[in-house]
Structure formats: structure tokens, C-alpha cells
Design a binder for this molecule. Structure first.
Ligand code: UAG
Ligand code: ATP
Ligand code: API
Length: 495
């Protein structure tokens, strides 16, 4: 609880009606979350406008309404109306102050990039914990403390809106956690969800094709990501990625780089990568340190070096980090292997962008001696531009591709498939269209022979499939595992 005067102190605004001495019991931008004594921030969104929910908020007991538009509101007695320049900016500020600015008591590391945020945040957290630091992750997999998902009532978002973010940070701080590693999505950055959260270190991984449509253009997507350099005190970038490298030239913050190119501050030399292990050397300030990573994939070696650079920068020695590197474990649904019957290898992977699909297929192609069979689809209500690109990449690396559904949301699954097909064009790769994802997975698994790799891409850890009219329980892992069980049973019966 905090007096309205405290929330408004030093913040340019105009207050009409009510009393600034009123105690605010909570802050929300959602009318259905308002409780007696709450502040309701009525902002304009893409789908609706908070102004239209003011009456509902007051009926539910709001004592203060905040807006950034000088519209003629039918004011009610006892309610304070606050006019600010920008609701999103104010929301970030007010939520941080309401919770007592918990980020100031924590070391906060924020990771942005089109691909690899979840993996890198979890790698950093795993290493920190192994070295005795109390840390937690906030991102796509929720709030994870000690490797376990904490079931706080949080929205399923990669970057939490400020109402939930600062509450979660305070919860962590009160548990004695000192380090927070979090994902900074482009949408989170552009919606100012991280403004007024103190960020000690910002990490830039890469920039690829995703969310252009939601942002309006590639430039706007890029600009959103660039905000992290503005928010963080220090920055580490992937120097091999053109966009990330451009941050080095643009920011006035202390900046370091990692990557395979020798001019980076942390360079990696890959020695070997197989199905379960990657060996590499990290060079920094003239010293070479050997790392044996218990994970596969060139992209994951890059993710590991991003995590290692961040930790070195925070004061941990490379030698010490190398002793703990065996704790690294890919998060659920990232190159997650199900070893099937008959020497078939099945991988569940969250690749849902062109670069991610390319990275995972390239890594598998390096170690697969049989055929690669790929099952994938593209999300509905998401950038259609990535669909043909993903079609082309899947066809390039695979012997057979099953084009299926991946959360069609409000769109017609067939029309998404049609977009994907336009990228396959003249490619001679065999492809099959099966909108029912369960059937597509089953077909691919029954086609697979000894030595083949089956990649089931796009949904990773997800446990649901969303259609226009319903969301159903759906897990790629469960379906593949069940399918193998049934195959085993059939084999036993026929023997
Ligand atoms: C594109 C996007 O980010 N949308 C988020 C945004 O929606 P919006 O600005 O369009 O808001 P709106 O729905 O038009 O509503 C306007 C205002 O009216 C309020 N309202 C609305 C209805 C009502 O009954 N009462 C009410 O008060 C809303 O709370 C809001 O304050 O603000 C809403 C309220 O906080 C979010 O729920 C919504 O996230 C939706 C669920 C979403 O799917 N977001 C995804 C795309 C997202 O943010 N993803 C990124 C990760 C992306 C990645 O890494 O790939 C993430 O960080 O999670
Ligand atoms: N450094 C990387 N470069 C390219 N692709 C990667 C990289 N790291 C992971 N990937 C691919 O991206 C997929 C998603 O990885 P991860 O969940 O770590 O990314 P993310 O940025 O958190 O994604 P999202 O924000 O959409 O949840 C992985 O399953 C893998 O296919
Ligand atoms: N954070 C991403 C996840 C996409 C996952 C994929 N399975 C899909 O539904 O498109 C998004 O919301 O665009």
C-alpha cells in the first residue's frame, strides 16, 4: 500500500478530483483485475482502449484512474483522475515504486535476441547456482528458482508487464535471491515493460526474422531491441552478428563482444561437436580456456559463450566457470532427444523462426548419418513473412518434410500451410501436408528407419495447441513418446 502522493512524486502529471492522500492498494491496467483501493491505468492498446473500461474499474472499487488523453471523462466523486504524458511509461515507473524498486537490490542481467534467450538465461542461472549464487530466471518458461518452476499467478509472457515484473522481483529479493536473469523480448522492450527496472548487464544475441508484422517493420523491431542498450548499464554483444555489432558503434555504454571472429573480446574456437558433447576453447585477454559442454549444436556453443562472457564480466574467472560447465542443461523442448526404437533419433525443438530452424537443422545435418525427417508448421497471427523462409529451409536440409499446424490461432491452418509451401517452390524434396499435428508426427515416426533423425520443430515445451475456437492440450513430446510405446508393443506382439 502506498499513498497516491508517493506514486506521483516527481512525476509530471495533472490530478483532478479525489484526494492525493488516498492509499493505493494495487496497480493494474486490466479492468477485470481491479480490487477496492486500486489504481487503474487506462491505456490505449491495439485491440481495445482502457478508457472504455473505466466505469467497470470504478464499479470494482478503483480509487484512482490514470490516462494519457485529455478526454472529457464523466468524473465520479472520491475518484482521483490523473493525467500523464504516457501511460506505459507511467505504469513502469509506478509499479517499480509501488513494490519498493526491488531491482535496485538485485543484480539484473537481461538477454535479448531473436533466438536463444531462454537457453542463455537458463545457462547463466545454472552456472551462477553451481557457483553458489542465489539466482532465478524470468522468461518464456516462467519464474524458475533452483531449476523449478514457481507457480505464481503470472501471465504466460516472455517479458512480464511491469505490474507483474516488479512484484516478482520483490518476491525473489525477499527469498534472498541476489541475481535475476531475464529475457527481454522485443515486444516487452517496445511496450516499455522494462523501463524503470535497473539492468546491470544487457546481452545481445542475434537479430533474425520474427515479429516484423507485430512491430510494423524490421526497422521498428530493430529499434525495439536497441532499447536494451539504452536501459542497461553495461552491454555484451555477439560481435559476429551485424545488428549486435552495430550496437558497439551506437552505444556510449561499456561494451564487450563474443563470437567466432578473432576481433571479439571473447572468441571461441570449436573443436568438436557430437550428439551430446561440444568441445571448445574460449580466448580472452591472451588466455585460452578449454570447455567441454554437455550439449550439442553450434548455436548452443554460441549460447554457452554468451553465458560465459556474462559471468566473466560479472567477476567469475574463466577457469572457475570451466569447472562448473558440466551443469549446463538445455531447457525443456530445446534439442530434447527421445531415443526411439530401432535406432531412430527424435528431437523436439522450439525452432519457430527461420534462423532457429536453420541453426537446428544445420547442427543435426552435421551429425546425422541417415535421413532427416522434419515436422513443422508456423504460428497463426504471427508474421507471415517467416512462413516461406521456413519452408525453404526445412526442404533444403530434409529428406521428407511434413507441413502441419503450430498454433493456428485465429487463422485457417490450410492458408498458413499454403504460405509455407510457397517457399518450397521447385525444391525436389518430398513434402506431405497434414494439418493434424498428431497425425503428422505419427506418420514421420513410422517412416523413420535406423539412423534417421526426426525433427519435430516449433512447439518445444508448449503443452497446448491453439485454434480459433479452442485451445487443446498438446505436447509434441508426449505424442512422440506414446507413439514409440505403441510401436514397441506392436513389435512385442508380432515377435
Ligand atoms: C502484442 C502484445 O504484446 N499485446 C499485449 C498488449 O496488448 P494491447 O496493447 O494490444 O492491449 P489491448 O488488448 O488492446 O488492451 C488495451 C488495454 O485495455 C485493457 N483492457 C482490455 C480488455 C478488458 O476487458 N479490460 C481492460 O482493461 C488491457 O488490459 C490494456 O491495458 O497488452 C496486453 C495487456 O498487458 C497483453 O495481454 C498483450 O499481450 C498478448 C497476450 C500477447 O500475446 N503478447 C505476446 C505477443 C507477447 O508480448 N509476446 C512477447 C514474446 C515474443 C517472443 O519472444 O517471441 C512476450 O514478451 O511475451
Ligand atoms: N543462438 C542461436 N541462434 C540461432 N538459433 C538458436 C540459437 N539458440 C537457440 N536457437 C533456436 O531457437 C529455438 C528457441 O530457443 P530459445 O527458446 O532459447 O530462444 P528464445 O529467444 O527464448 O525464443 P522465444 O523468445 O520465442 O521463446 C531453439 O529451440 C533453437 O532451435
Ligand atoms: N513467443 C513466440 C512463440 C512462438 C511459438 C510457436 N509455437 C507459435 O505459436 O508461433 C510468439 O508468441 O510468437
Amino acid at each position: 500500500m502506498l499513498a497516491l502522493t508517493e506514486l506521483l512524486k516527481d512525476w509530471p502529471c495533472l490530478v483532478k478530483g479525489g484526494s492525493v492522500r488516498v492509499e493505493v492498494k494495487g496497480i493494474t491496467e486490466r479492468s477485470d483485475e481491479v480490487q477496492p483501493g486500486y489504481m487503474f491505468v487506462a491505456r490505449e492498446g491495439k485491440k481495445s482502449d482502457g478508457l472504455g473500461f473505466i466505469d467497470e474499474a470504478i464499479e470494482r472499487g478503483a480509487v484512482c484512474i490514470v490516462t494519457d488523453r485529455m478526454t472529457d471523462l464523466k468524473q465520479k466523486d472520491q475518484v482521483a483522475y490523473v493525467f500523464v504524458a504516457d501511460c506505459l511509461q507511467f505504469l513502469s515507473h509506478a509499479c517499480a515504486r509501488f513494490e519498493g524498486n526491488p531491482s535496485e537490490d538485485l543484480t539484473v542481467i537481461a538477454v535479448t535476441g531473436t533466438n536463444g534467450k531462454t537457453t542463455v538465461t537458463h545457462f547463466i542461472d545454472q552456472l551462477l547456482r553451481s557457483m553458489g549464487v542465489k539466482s532465478a530466471v524470468i522468461g518464456t518458461l516462467g519464474l524458475v528458482i533452483d531449476g523449478i518452476n514457481h507457480n505464481l499467478p503470472l501471465p504466460a509472457m516472455t517479458t512480464l508487464p511491469p505490474v507483474y515484473l516488479h512484484r516478482t522481483l520483490r518476491y525473489c529479493r525477499d527469498l534472498g535471491i541476489t541475481h535475476i536473469v531475464m529475457e527481454a523480448s522485443s515486444l516487452g522492450l517496445s511496450q516499455l515493460r522494462l523501463d524503470h527496472c535497473k539492468i546491470d548487464l544487457g546481452l545481445f544475441l542475434n537479430l533474425g526474422n520474427d515479429h516484423y508484422a507485430e512491430h510494423g517493420s524490421r526497422l521498428k523491431y530493430k529499434k525495439a531491441k536497441e532499447r536494451l542498450a539504452h536501459l542497461a548499464s553495461e552491454v555484451i554483444v555477439n560481435g559476429d552478428d551485424d545488428f549486435c555489432a552495430s550496437i558497439i558503434r551506437k552505444t556510449d555504454k561499456p561494451v564487450m563482444s563474443f563470437g567466432q571472429n578473432l576481433e571479439n573480446d571473447y572468441t571461441i574456437e570449436l573443436l568438436k561437436s557430437d550428439q551430446s558433447l561440444t568441445e571448445m576453447i574460449v580466448q580472452h585477454e591472451g588466455f585460452s580456456t578449454f570447455f567441454e559442454l554437455p550439449v550439442s549444436g553450434v548455436h548452443n556453443a554460441l549460447n554457452a559463450v554468451a553465458a560465459i562472457s556474462a559471468l566473466e564480466h560479472l567477476g567469475f574467472g574463466l577457469q572457475e566457470i570451466s569447472k562448473h560447465i558440466k551443469v549446463l542443461k538445455l531447457p525443456e523442448g530445446r534439442l530434447q532427444e527421445i531415443r526411439g526404437a530401432n535406432g531412430v533419433h527424435v528431437y523436439i525443438d522450439y525452432a519457430h523462426t527461420p534462423d532457429a530452424l536453420q541453426a537446428v537443422l544445420k547442427s543435426l545435418a552435421l551429425i546425422c548419418r541417415g535421413r532427416i525427417l522434419t515436422v513443422f508448421g508456423c504460428g497463426g497471427d504471427r508474421d507471415p513473412g517467416k512462413r516461406p523462409e521456413m519452408g525453404e529451409i526445412a526442404a533444403f536440409y530434409s529428406s521428407i518434410v511434413w507441413i502441419t499446424s503450430d498454433n493456428p490461432r485465429s487463422e485457417d491452418p490450410q492458408s498458413i500451410i499454403h504460405d509455407i509451401l510457397s517457399g518450397i517452390g521447385e525444391d525436389t524434396t518430398r513434402y506431405l501436408i497434414e494439418p493434424d499435428r498428431e497425425k503428422a508426427i505419427k506418420q514421420a515416426l513410422s517412416e523413420a528407419r535406423r539412423g534417421d533423425f526426426v525433427l519435430i520443430a516449433g512447439k518445444g515445451h508448449e503443452k497446448t495447441q491453439t485454434f480459433a475456437k479452442e485451445t487443446i492440450h498438446f505436447s509434441d513430446y508426449e505424442i512422440a513418446a506414446k507413439c514409440f510405446e505403441e510401436m514397441d508393443e506392436e513389435k512385442t506382439v508380432s515377435e
